[in-house]
Design a protein around this ligand. Structure first.
Ligand SMILES: [Zn+2]
Length: 115
């Protein structure tokens, strides 16, 4: 992948499919895919296709659609591996200001920065 120096890799590259990602689940509104630089053994990112800056800007309607996919993917990981974690970052922990939920399993394999 080319180094990305913009502010919102989701709206700029991933959602318009200018950057190829390995899709795990997709609806009209939501995309779930394997992180291109995983921090854990299994690392999936779930993001709304509409620009929503962070969890704090999420409305009830969008939350419902997003959580349906988060639940579906995390259920799959839990069934396959016996455990998973679900997290989202805010403020200085959130390096791309487009809401995304991390679903992960296993040990840290890289820099556990934010992204
Ligand atoms: Zn965006």
């Amino acid at each position: 992948m080319q180094p990305y120096s913009g502010n919102d890799i989701y709206c700029d590259l991933i959602i318009p499919q200018k950057l190829e990602v390995n899709i795990v689940a997709e609806t009209d509104k939501i995309l779930a895919f394997y992180h291109t630089k995983p921090h854990w053994e299994v690392h999936i990112v779930v993001t709304p296709k509409e620009h929503i800056a962070s969890l704090l800007e999420l409305t009830a309607t969008s939350a419902s659609e997003l959580l349906d996919v988060v639940k579906e993917v995390s259920k799959r990981i839990k069934e396959e591996h016996g455990a998973c974690r679900v997290l989202t970052n805010l403020g200085s922990y959130q390096d791309s200001k487009h809401l995304h939920i991390h679903i992960s399993y296993g040990n840290v394999i890289g820099s556990i920065a934010t992204s």
